[in-house]
Write a protein that binds this ligand. Structure first.
Ligand code: F6P
Length: 530
């Protein structure tokens, strides 16, 4: 049994919880959205969170009965919401309010595709060459932040018992200060920044560096996945914000009469659920059908990569490493299959379109170069898979290749590990993923750019003794199970409680060990039941 938290011992904030994220936890769509017809008589379907943060936070919100503020998108979302943009969710047994913020096309273009994803995204991933800045992007980012901040402040004011406003991610660099100016110190404001924070040397190219830092310093708690991102943030504050004092050891910034705690919380996954679904009959059936339909031999060595099509994920670099392996070690030809599950993302942005072309071309090249009538070296999967199928792929893949060129955390690595119910897979993990801070000691480390070494590490992982591979995987599974998604949230809510001086809380998340993982919890050491 993995996981450490029953529903009863989970932390829920004592204050009214207001979560703010760009993506919404439930979205509504017309059942025949491609088929036209009158919106009046069309059936509306609810699309539920299937993974990641929205899926993880949804049960917390159901217990907390708070409000979730998010971008409402499309006609069906509007049809089911009231005049204020509110709808109760989950639909079958509603327990919290989804407060939608309506964005028009220009707002989406300039705030989401513009400043968020063509300025902050590349900037924070240290990829300044991919930044496209336009003044209108910034203006719109400001005005959209104001709209989300107004919605959050209104929800916060409605509560008599005080509120915790919890922002998610880089879409809201200014909103914390905007909320603070409306609600004062009564409201606790926290934010989790899900992507890296770069060094000052990179961040100073941002024309709005000062405004963004000021915006974020209105938080009581600012969370990053790993310590180096906290250190980079403090370094930026030190260089840019005059008058700010920093307690480097404690991770505290005093500025303009306010204190911000800057701490790391390495996000986890719902390991118990993944394990359960990976071990299900549906997962096995999917795998058997998939292998048949792709002509993958039963004794083939299968590696898997699962990514959004994003230039930070190192997908072409990974396929080139596979190509190098096939080139330099002919014994893998006909025996090794790399499955790339890729989902289209942000494809209105030219850098993403270019990446899509590059991935397609690289796959085609490798398959043309080495493929035969009965063997395709690189198999692409683009359709959305239900969780059972995805976890079935993870479980049966001999290798998980997770090779981002830069990543805040990368939960695919943790999902792959959680799905290894037979303890027999090997995780190859980029040194440049936040996950490497947690799992780096037991994964096979790779530099995505070092093609030859990457290919050799694939060979090493394949040829290592099954005992060594199992030993590594058991350690990895212990770490992933011990600091899972629940533990991550408990850690954050516990820290918020501590900061508010509402007494010592036992966050239930154990002591972090030197690897950034967590020790001292109930995951079983021998892996027998894990
Ligand atoms: O990794 C950061 C993040 O915002 C995630 O929280 C999210 O799952 C992912 O990027 C996808 O982003 P988008 O909402 O742009 O599709």
């Amino acid at each position: 049994m993995v996981g450490n938290h029953s529903a009863d011992d989970r932390q829920t904030p004592t204050e009214e919880l207001v979560v703010v994220s760009n993506r919404e936890p439930y979205s509504h769509a017309y059942a025949d959205s491609d088929g036209g017809g009158d919106s009046d008589d069309r059936e509306i379907e609810v699309q539920r969170p299937v993974g990641g943060l929205t899926a993880g936070l949804d049960p917390v919100m159901q217990r907390a009965e708070g409000t979730w503020v998010a971008w409402g998108d499309g006609e069906a979302d509007r049809e089911v919401s009231d005049a204020e943009g509110r709808v109760r969710v989950p639909p079958e047994d509603s327990s919290y309010t989804l407060q939608r913020v309506w964005l028009d096309d220009e707002e989406v273009e300039e705030y989401y595709y513009g400043y968020s994803n063509q300025v902050l995204w590349p900037l924070c991933h240290g990829d300044v060459g991919n930044i496209t800045y336009e003044p209108r992007f910034w203006q719109r980012y400001e005005s959209v932040n104001e709209r989300f901040a107004d919605a959050a402040a209104e929800c916060a004011r409605e509560s008599d018992s005080g509120s915790l406003v919890w922002f998610q991610d880089y879409h809201f660099g200014l909103a914390p200060a905007m909320v603070r100016s409306q609600v004062g110190d009564e409201t606790t404001i926290a934010q989790f920044w899900h992507i890296p924070w770069p060094s000052w040397e990179s961040f100073e190219v941002c024309p709005q560096a000062h405004q963004l830092l000021e915006g974020l310093l209105a938080n009581d708690l600012l969370g990053f996945h790993v310590d180096p991102h906290c250190a980079n943030f403090l370094e930026c504050v030190d260089a840019c914000i005059e008058g700010a004092t920093i307690d480097w050891d404690a991770g505290r910034v005093h500025h303009a009469g306010h204190e911000t705690a800057v701490e790391s919380f390495p996000m986890g996954v719902d390991a118990e659920r993944i394990e359960r679904l990976a071990g299900s009959e549906e997962a096995d059936d999917f795998w058997a059908d998939f292998r048949d339909s792709q002509g993958i031999a039963e004794d083939a060595t299968v590696a898997i990569g699962v990514d959004r099509l994003d230039y930070t994920k190192g997908i072409p670099e990974r396929i080139r490493a596979v190509e190098h392996l096939l080139e330099t070690r002919p014994e893998y030809r006909g025996e090794f299959v790399y499955v790339q599950k890729a989902s289209e993302s942000r494809s209105r942005i030219p850098a993403y379109q270019q990446l899509q072309r590059e991935v397609e071309e690289t796959v085609e090249r490798v398959n043309e170069r080495f493929g035969t009538d009965d063997w395709t070296p690189v198999v692409g999967v683009t359709e959305m898979l239900p969780p059972e199928s995805l976890y079935g792929l993870y479980r049966h893949a001999d290798l998980g290749l997770v090779s981002p060129v830069r990543d805040g955390m990368n939960l695919v690595a943790k999902e792959y590990v959680a799905a290894q119910v037979d303890n027999d897979g090997a995780l190859l993990l980029s040194k440049f993923a936040g996950t490497a801070q947690d799992l780096g000691n037991y994964a096979y480390a790779i530099n995505p750019y070092a093609t030859e070494e990457f290919a050799e590490t694939i060979h090493e992982a394949v040829t290592d003794s099954p005992t060594d591979r199992k030993r590594r995987m058991r350690q990895l599974r212990q770490l992933v199970a011990a600091y899972d998604l629940d533990a991550w949230m408990d850690d954050i809510f516990g820290t918020v409680e501590d900061l508010r001086g509402e007494g010592e809380t036992d966050s239930g998340s154990g002591e972090r060990d030197g690897t950034g993982g967590i020790e001292g919890q109930s995951a079983e050491a021998d892996g027998g039941n894990v």
